[in-house]
Design a protein around this ligand. Structure first.
Ligand SMILES: NC(=O)C1=CN([C@@H]2O[C@H](COP(=O)(O)OP(=O)(O)OC[C@H]3O[C@@H](n4cnc5c(N)ncnc54)[C@H](O)[C@@H]3O)[C@@H](O)[C@H]2O)[C@@H](O)CC1
Ligand SMILES: [K+]
Length: 527
């Protein structure tokens, strides 16, 4: 699991070490980690280290100090290093070390700006060390002009952000333009939550965490990302004596005369994600299509109350005039069973929900939800502050909220937040969200009642819904990537994503000894 923290949390974890007089040691560790990362990148790109051109953009705070110390290490390895001091001052010890190592120093002035921007654009590496966790707002004045000029130029080399790209909010990932997009962000002590949420993640590039010795002082993370072994441990596995009902039955209320395909794709996603059985409720014409495409699905035109299931999926491919389907959706949400509420169900929600209701809006749908709650938002404002938006939506509705995007965020009301970025941009295709809803519905049906299992994994009962939704987002993303890789990185359809799910599941579960043990002891005959 990747744990991410706010800037405030990381600074608080540094406090005991600063009080013990270890501030300089922390900075040296951070700078060495940054310099090592630059050396790796240069080697990977086939650039000779000796004579490589490095430009560090150094602000006046400790972030600039990290950058100057790192550039001093690089200068001592024979690189041609230039520091551009963007503020009216610079970290004194860092600057002295840089000068001792033979680095050239320029102060940023209006007159020097075009030349310095050109030098940065021509460099093999640009290190962005203008602002770190101590920043208040974005870049201003000539520092902003310089970053804008470099961003607009055709860069010869690559950009490494020191701790975080300057102008990105360490806590929220909100970006105050201009921000220089980094190829790599080397971040210290722990990932910053703003690097794992859009738009910050857009600017961060790859993220490398350098330990600096504060880790034992870090609190509960502000944001988590599930990785392979976590996913494997969370994946439900059938018991030896399982039967289809005990495996979990998912009720699907989706599709309409206008969008019948959404019902098919939701069912295909669910069937491919290990559920014991899918019951479909909806109009006869849609049910016919579901039967033809997925003969495994049991279809009826009945009511929610008549259907025995362990979880519901409602809303995919439903419009505001599908009254019968909307009645079923409301009944499912009013039941005490876990529900994934997607697309057309979102406008029909009661104001107050519970954590076992998982909402799956994209940014536009979340903006509409906020509108109904009396909060003026639009798609752009949600996209500019995804982490704040998803948390606010969860706290305000009481539901678990999954905000779909290049980075998918999941927030439990007043609880944990997850960030998953497992997919590929090819997943932005019609029907992909229906498959995702099917996957999450299937996981809710299989794992929703297994409170003990989540406790063992350190997840509190009310938080398990968010963990399940994050697991679903990760599986869906990885299946999308696998489907694209199967066509040499080419485009995919939603159906292909569903088709890739079982193998993705199998590969993920192989990552866990727990999974292997379960298979050996329960699913295979003893020899
Ligand atoms: N505290 C520590 O011991 C450590 C800190 N580290 C580094 O220190 C950074 C935090 O350092 P600081 O607290 O000095 O903060 P920053 O380096 O982010 O910069 C704060 C300085 O910039 C000014 N400033 C704030 N917002 C500005 C804006 N929008 N435009 C222009 N100037 C602005 C402030 O007046 C202050 O002087 C971390 O990101 C990390 O890189 C690391 O060296 C590890 C150890
Ligand atoms: K920075």
């Amino acid at each position: 699991m990747i744990s991410a923290y706010t800037g405030t949390q990381v600074r608080a974890a540094e406090e005991p070490l600063l009080a013990a007089g270890l501030g300089d040691a922390l900075m040296q560790r951070a700078a060495r980690g940054l310099a090592n990362a630059v050396v790796h990148e240069l080697k990977d790109s086939g650039t000779r280290l000796s004579g490589a051109r490095v430009v560090v953009l150094a602000g006046k705070g400790n972030n600039g100090g990290d950058g100057l110390y790192a550039a001093a290490f690089l200068a001592s390895r024979g690189m041609r290093t230039t520091a551009v001091l963007t503020g009216d001052a610079a970290h004194p010890a860092g600057l002295a070390a840089f000068e001792r190592a033979g680095g050239r120093v320029h102060r940023l002035t209006e007159a020097a700006l075009p030349g310095l921007a050109a030098e940065a654009a021509a460099a093999d590496v640009v290190i962005d060390a203008v602002l770190g966790t101590g920043a208040k707002g974005g870049l201003r004045g000539s520092a902003a002009d310089l970053i804008q000029a470099i961003t607009d130029a055709h860069l010869h080399g690559f950009v490494v952000a020191c701790d975080l790209p300057s102008g990105v909010d360490a806590d929220t990932g909100e970006a105050a333009a201009p921000v220089l997009p980094a190829d790599l962000t080397v971040t210290f002590g722990g990932a910053k939550s703003g690097l794992l949420a859009d738009p910050g993640a857009d600017y961060a590039g790859r993220v490398l965490v350098v330990p600096i010795g504060i880790e034992e002082h870090l609190p509960e993370p502000a944001l988590r990302r599930l990785e392979g072994p976590d996913l494997a441990r969370l994946l439900p596995q059938p018991a030896r004596r399982a039967q289809k009902y005990s495996r979990g039955v998912l009720g699907v209320v989706a599709g309409s005369e206008d969008y019948p395909g959404a019902a098919v794709l939701a069912c295909r996603g669910a069937l491919a994600a290990g559920v014991g059985m899918v019951r479909y409720l909806g109009p006869p014409s849609v049910a016919d299509l579901v039967r033809q495409s997925c003969p495994e699905v049991v279809c009826s035109t009945g009511t929610v109350a008549e259907s025995r299931v362990q979880a519901w999926l409602v809303g995919s491919g439903m419009g505001p005039h599908d009254h019968e389907q909307l009645t079923r959706a409301r009944d499912a949400i009013a039941s005490d069973l876990p529900v994934v509420a997607d697309a057309g169900a979102l406008p029909a929600l009661p104001a107050i929900l519970a954590p076992h209701v998982v909402l799956t809006p994209h940014a536009g749908e979340l903006a509409s939800l906020f509108h109904r709650l009396g909060r003026g938002e639009n798609r752009e404002s949600v996209e500019a502050a995804t982490l704040g938006a998803v948390r606010h939506a969860a706290d305000r509705t009481g539901a678990t909220v999954l905000l779909k995007g290049a980075t998918t965020l999941v927030a439990a009301p007043w609880g944990a937040t997850y960030s998953q970025a497992d997919g590929t941009p090819w997943l932005a295709t019609a029907g992909s969200g229906d498959v995702l809803a099917g996957v999450i519905g299937a996981l809710l049906a299989q794992a929703g009642s297994d409170v003990g299992r989540f406790r063992q994994l350190g997840v509190e009962p009310d938080g398990r819904w968010a963990a399940i939704a994050a697991l679903g987002a990760a599986l869906h993303g990885q299946a999308g990537r696998a489907a694209s890789e199967a066509v040499s990185g080419g485009p995919i359809t939603a159906g292909r994503v569903a088709d890739a799910l079982p193998e993705t599941w199998g590969k993920v579960s192989m990552l866990s000894n727990y999974g292997a043990w379960k298979r050996n002891s329960h699913s295979q005959p003893l020899r």
